[in-house]
Design a protein around this ligand. Structure first.
Ligand code: GLC
Ligand code: GLC
Length: 823
């Protein structure tokens, strides 16, 4: 069952009922000012950091779902309704929400009064603009009232939920223009130099800034007293809970429309210009911001700028195939989600509260793989920021706070996959841009510039960390955990409340990870390539010798007969082996070792993937492990703490599905690679939205596995490494346009009957118009013609694993017409 449809021409998903199984959301904002907005206008707004600079309040664990937001109310006689249905939930005569790229619109009507709300964050300003158009479709005049409502958060969203003995006394506001502009200035008198505003471009008939005055102390936003009474009280908040609400009485002749523009903004003043008079905030910058969005034309222009920005970004990789679902995911939604994960990491979604983790080291490095082609300059800065939280021995803070960019010492380091992801991100950046100068940048360790090294020096530390932290089988030590945060082999937690992530020693001398072995083979080779590029062939040779050792360990101690072992625990017992009672096979080493090329020539790779298909496959995706743990295993940790079928305990953890799909392309299995791609692909599961529950336009972190009661149900949508890895999979491996250090290589791996397709790829200042003829094959290019010239393919091996056909780069040529014939 569907709750809407894709409008590909408009680059929008159209939701046709407010009663979606879960809030279906969108992200507004591209740089520093962000909002989450659901299909019922729920959500919240922040500047830079969802924890420390939160503008509007959101209640977690709320009932019903998603019941605080930035709301508009229409009072029409005795009827009160909202353009997004919530919070009053009056049945609407019509409803439509369109989530676009960085904007959302809500069109609703009740008794022939229609509202259209357009909400977005302009490219150049720290504000959210809402254009509200009300139309009277009756044959008679109408007199209605429009109310706005936002509830301020007292900036630190964490403290805001807890520290009431203080917070109920600190709230302060100012009001100008008879109530048109409301200033939220809590803590501005002391250490803050910023405030928030909520203004409307018209005179108002009333306002409120005290929540109790507007709602009534025992009411929620679903039944505000002021709206019921048809009159705000012009309250000035003092402590308690400051809000901003406007009242506008609207007269509309038959057929007439009126438009109002609301601006919710964030303003910072220099320390010496905070005040215009004692206790009166300096409003000049706020007035300038409001002045920019006074009329419809300027709002429309700002929206056009936003749309043009996205159009430009999406022209960098564009496919035209005979498969509508692939085209819409590749060209629109998958790339959009990659950009959102760049902005948010795992910090602010409906499931990540925005008060917990900041940026994850491994998460952000992997996200980069999905957005580096879109915004290479920002990717460059991100790499430097991440590397600055590394320690001198190559290990790294697991997380850092986006506002301060400092490593988070609550969680510390000890996740032994982290260092290698830095190589992955840097290599992807250089393959995309050719910008080797990044390797020369001086980058601090733990933000201490006195011990800086070049970025290349950091990569060496990453590489050496793994090379020098190995266990009894010559496999890399796992530390606190590797990519699977819940495989806590050194933790041994016996008491509830202990954090699996930080309890126990950060390092044990025995527990080893076959997954990190796979990473080391893959990214060790990418490190060696960077050494070669910078002329350090001795280091490249040393690196390849280290990689060879780990390769050999993975194919011996890491091999279980039919698949790769997952790990060795602190007692040197196998994890993910047929010897185990539960958790006999795990997905991660099968996907990652094979995509790294391990066991391909020995025939182990074929076996491993066959085992995955036999033991882990379901119609909704490939499970992370089987059989699920039914008991808590002290020696394994959190993985066995989840009920069977959820999360890391046998859930379909979508992030690693593309690894297996990529692995299948390495072996040339186009049918199987695509089948795996389809199973978790949002556009394909749209039809079963009542089962899947999360948004049909983005990936979720997890889909419940076969052992779970709600098999097929998605959870934790939006902020997941699945976005980046799936984009890498479909764009570079399935459609097969792979950026190498020497240029683009072509090596598609597609299912039978997929048909011919075309790709436009902008890359290093040139545009490549690539047409691929399937010619009955699933993999391999037999003929390549570039700008009319037949290319000799015999020497053109792009990289060890993909072995694609390289498009020769020619200095000064900015248009490449590429014809690739498979076979
Ligand atoms: C979460 C974390 C990620 C981890 C994964 C598997 O998605 O953000 O870092 O790799 O879970 O445990
Ligand atoms: C929990 C989750 C895991 C996530 C981690 C982040 O362990 O199960 O998915 O990566 O928390 O801290």
């Amino acid at each position: 069952m569907k709750y809407g449809y894709f409008d590909d021409a408009a680059l929008e998903y159209v939701i046709t009922t407010p009663k979606t199984p879960l809030p279906w959301i969108n992200y507004l904002g591209n740089k520093e000012f962000f909002s989450l907005i659901s299909n019922t206008c729920g959500g919240y707004t922040f500047y830079k950091d969802a924890k420390l600079l939160r503008l509007t309040r959101y209640r977690y664990n709320n009932v019903p779902y998603d019941n605080n937001g930035k709301y508009f109310f229409i009072k029409d006689g005795d009827t009160v309704w909202n353009p997004g249905w919530q919070p009053v939930k009056t049945a609407l005569d019509s409803y439509e929400c369109r989530h676009g790229l960085g904007y959302s619109t809500f069109t609703a009507s009740k008794k022939d009064i229609q509202t259209r709300v357009l909400t977005f964050v302009p490219m150049e300003d720290n504000c959210e603009v809402s254009k509200v158009t009300i139309t009277n479709n009756r044959s008679t005049d109408a007199e209605i009232q429009l109310f706005s409502y936002v509830e301020w958060c007292l900036w630190n969203a964490d403290d805001d939920m807890k520290n009431f003995q203080r917070n109920l006394s600190t709230g302060e506001v100012e009001v100008t223009g008879g109530g048109s502009v409301i200033y939220h200035k809590t803590e501005y008198r002391e250490r803050r130099n910023h405030y928030a505003i909520y203004g409307v471009n018209t005179a108002v008939d009333g306002f409120d800034t005290s929540r109790d005055a507007f709602l009534g102390a025992y009411n929620g936003p679903d039944s505000p007293d002021a709206v019921a009474a048809g009159a705000c009280t012009n309250s000035i908040a003092s402590g308690w809970s400051p809000i901003a609400a406007h009242q506008i009485n609207v007269k509309l002749a038959a057929g007439e429309s009126k438009t109002f523009i609301f601006t919710l903004g964030y303003i910072e003043n220099p320390e010496d210009q905070k005040w215009e008079a004692p206790s009166v905030v300096n409003k000049k910058p706020a007035e300038a911001m409001l002045a920019k969005y006074q009329d419809e034309a300027s709002v429309d222009k700002a929206l056009e700028e936003l749309k043009a920005y996205w159009k430009d970004l999406l022209s960098i990789y564009h496919v035209k195939s005979s498969n509508e679902k692939v085209d819409r995911m590749v060209n629109i939604w998958n790339q959009y989600q990659c950009m959102v994960t760049f902005n948010m990491s795992r910090s602010a979604s409906y499931y990540e509260s925005g008060i917990g983790r900041g940026m994850g080291f491994r998460d952000s490095c992997q996200d980069l793989l999905g957005f580096v082609h879109l915004i290479p300059d920002r990717a460059r800065q991100r790499i430097i920021d991440i590397a600055s939280t590394q320690f001198q021995d190559g290990s790294a803070y697991h997380q850092y706070q986006p506002l301060t960019k400092k490593g988070n010492s609550d969680i510390g380091s000890g996740f032994n996959d982290d260092p290698l992801w830095l190589i992955a991100g840097t290599s992807a950046y250089i393959r995309e841009t050719g910008d080797l100068s990044i390797l020369e940048e001086m980058v601090p360790f733990d933000n201490d510039m006195s011990v800086a090294k070049t970025l290349m020096g950091h990569l060496k530390c990453s590489f050496d960390f793994t090379a020098t932290h190995k266990g009894p089988h010559g496999l890399p030590l796992i530390g606190r955990a590797d990519w699977n945060d819940c495989l806590n082999l050194n933790c041994f937690s016996e008491h509830p409340g202990e954090s699996f992530q930080t309890f126990g020693p950060s390092e044990g001398p025995v527990a080893e990870s076959v997954f990190i072995a796979g990473m080391f083979v893959k990214y060790g080779e990418e490190y060696a390539q960077l050494c070669d590029l910078t002329g350090d062939h001795a280091e490249a040779e040393r690196a390849r010798a280290e990689v060879k050792k780990v390769y050999d360990a993975a194919t011996t101690a890491g091999w279980d007969g039919e698949w790769f072992v997952r790990a060795y625990d602190a007692n040197s017992n196998k994890v993910g082996s047929k010897e185990c009672e539960e958790g006999q096979i795990y997905i991660e080493p099968q996907g990652f070792c094979v995509l790294a090329g391990i066991g391909v020539k020995e025939g182990l790779a074929e076996k491993a993937l066959k085992s995955v298909e036999e033991r882990l496959d379901t119609k909704y995706g490939v499970m992370i492990l089987q059989p699920a743990y039914t008991k808590y295993h002290l020696e394994l940790g959190e993985v066995s703490s989840y009920p069977p079928g959820y999360k890391e305990n046998a859930g379909i953890f979508c992030h690693n599905n593309p690894w297996v799909s990529i692995a299948e392309t390495v072996l040339g299995h186009g049918d199987r690679a695509f089948e795996i791609y389809k199973k978790t692909c949002p556009a394909y599961v749209e039809e079963i939205s009542e089962i899947h529950c999360t948004e049909p336009y983005v990936y979720s972190q997890m889909v419940a596995g076969r052992d779970a009661k709600f098999h097929g149900q998605g959870k934790n949508s939006w902020l997941t490494g699945t976005a980046a890895w799936t984009f890498v999979n479909v764009s570079q491996y399935i459609l097969g346009v792979y950026p190498t250090h020497n240029g683009l290589s072509i090596n598609p791996c597609i299912p039978e009957g997929f048909g011919d397709f075309e790709i436009t790829r902008k890359y290093r200042g040139a545009t490549y118009n690539i047409s691929v003829k399937q010619n009955g094959a699933q993999k391999g290019i037999s003929k390549l013609i570039v700008n009319g010239k037949d290319i000799d393919l015999s020497g053109a091996k792009a990289d060890v694993v993909s072995g694609g056909a390289l498009i020769p780069y020619e200095e000064g040529v900015t248009e490449y017409k590429v014809e690739a014939i498979m076979g």
